[in-house]
Design a protein around this ligand. Structure first.
Ligand code: SAH
Ligand code: SF4
Ligand code: F3S
Length: 425
């Protein structure tokens, strides 16, 4: 019997799908390389914005036709939508046979043996002990260090669908990172909704990072996502002194306006955030800072939005993931009075996307003529004599090379740049 899994949403879902593969493999399932070879179709879903949910529902309604050609085919929904609306999905005529929530993947074999069903209790202790993820990428790996989120930013569904924060044992993480390196995955990204609030016993995030930095089998260590309110001086020191820790931090700002930040329940001001950026750049002049920005949060006036635009110029992020606010049922922000009309949200989004494109292009162009180090991950999309990979500061680079360069560090000189790629020699 074969399964096929499609993953949506953030890296946490990518990582969870690797756990699901492991559960299914242990139960005797093989992975299909295409949906039409599968006896079981799984969708690991995201609820963070309406658009994410609509996309996967569209996909499922397309795929359910396969049931006519392939009797016995089962469709299952995993992840954050299973959590948020699992019961509704089963009741409506969606073609979905079962749903399994984020803390119930060990229950999959039982669910598959029954006719249909639902298993989506949140389990505040679930960390999947002893379950080794089946990493999919040949050269890079995600390693989950904590699950859940306690921050309750007022716009965000994640704390409701992912439950409370819990950290994995530091020793287990150490062993997993070492194993990744030994298997050739030398670029490891630690994952958590809020990694810098990691705590297991006496080990906080800076201590964990510092310990993992000593693992010889890996070249590079990254982590996402950091919350500005928990970014400590201790963490900055560990990053600056690290041997393998990358020169990159993803630090979501969300808004450059203090009134909006307060309404978002972010627990910092723009000034505080600006101070963090200064500290980071002072300790590591070559650090890349990337962020997330939401346009059109309820109550955001033109002036407040202008503060975000000014902040983006002021800081000069290497990259920003920009989103249009999407109301999520059950969150505080969804019931705030002054929802911003869709056209305005869209116009604001377009403005910051364009602004960021210009800034990113400048940042990439500034590296022309410099020598960089690239971890080669695969073939370049354009040519079979060129390979591509990432720099320590999280920029995609292409350079000439071949099979023997995969999974190695290469030095190269940047000769040209676009707003997304460093072209090297
Ligand atoms: N834990 C991470 C990631 C959260 S989801 C963090 O705190 O940074 C990734 C991004 O999606 C968020 O940073 C935010 O910018 C965006 N986001 C979350 N909820 C949203 C919503 N309702 N509408 C629009 N964007 C949203
Ligand atoms: Fe959502 Fe905020 Fe938690 Fe990030 S920190 S997952 S934005 S509630
Ligand atoms: Fe989406 Fe769930 Fe991640 S809502 S962003 S897949 S935690």
């Amino acid at each position: 019997m074969k399964f096929y899994i499609e993953t949506y949403g953030c890296q946490m879902n990518v990582s969870d799908s690797e756990l699901v593969r492991s559960v299914l493999a242990a139960a005797g399932w093989e992975e299909a390389s295409a949906p039409d070879e599968a006896d079981l179709l799984l969708f690991n879903t995201c609820s963070v914005r309406q658009h994410a949910e609509d996309r996967v529902l569209g996909r499922i309604s397309n795929e359910k036709r396969r049931k006519l050609e392939r009797p016995g085919l089962k469709i299952g929904v995993l992840g954050c939508m299973a959590q948020r609306m699992g019961k509704r999905l089963l009741e409506e005529d969606t073609g979905i046979d079962f749903v399994a929530g984020v803390d119930q993947y060990r229950d999959l074999p039982r669910l598959l043996a029954s006719e249909s069903g639902i298993s989506n209790e949140l389990d505040p202790l679930q960390i999947y002990p002893g379950l080794q993820p089946r990493h999919q990428d040949k050269s890079c790996a995600f390693v989950t260090v904590m699950r859940g989120c306690d921050n309750f930013c007022s716009y965000c569904i994640v704390p409701y669908v992912r439950g409370r924060e819990r950290s994995l044992p530091a020793d287990d993480i150490y062993n997993e990172v070492r194993r990744c390196g030994e298997e050739g995955r030398k670029d490891v990204t630690l994952l958590g909704q809020n990694v810098n609030s990691y705590r297991y016993g006496d080990t906080g995030f800076p201590q964990l990072l510092s310990r993992l930095d000593g693992i010889d089998s890996i070249y590079r260590l990254r982590f996402i996502t950091s919350h500005p309110k928990d970014l400590s001086d201790g963490l900055i020191d560990v990053m600056a002194g690290g041997k393998r820790i990358c020169r990159h931090i993803h630090l979501p700002l969300q808004s450059g306006d203090d009134t909006v930040l307060r309404a978002m329940n972010r627990n910092y001001t723009y000034e505080h955030y600006r101070g963090l950026v200064e500290k980071l750049r002072k300790a590591m002049p070559d650090i890349a800072i990337t962020t997330d920005i939401i346009a059109g949060f309820p109550g955001e006036t033109d002036t407040m939005f202008d503060n975000t635009v000014a902040a983006m110029r002021d800081i000069g992020f290497d990259y920003s993931f920009c989103f249009k606010y999407s109301p999520r049922e059950g969150t505080v922000a969804a019931s705030l009075p002054d929802q911003v009309p869709e056209e305005i949200r869209l116009k604001r989004l377009q403005k910051i996307v364009e602004l960021q494109r210009e800034i990113t292009l400048e940042k990439f162009k500034a590296q022309i003529g410099t020598e960089i180090e690239v971890y080669v991950e695969g073939w370049s999309r354009k040519s079979n004599r060129q390979v591509s990979g990432k720099t320590s500061d999280y920029k995609i680079a292409v350079l000439s090379g071949g099979e023997k360069d995969m999974g190695t560090l290469k030095r190269a000189r940047v000769v040209r740049a676009t707003a997304g790629t460093l072209i090297c020699e």
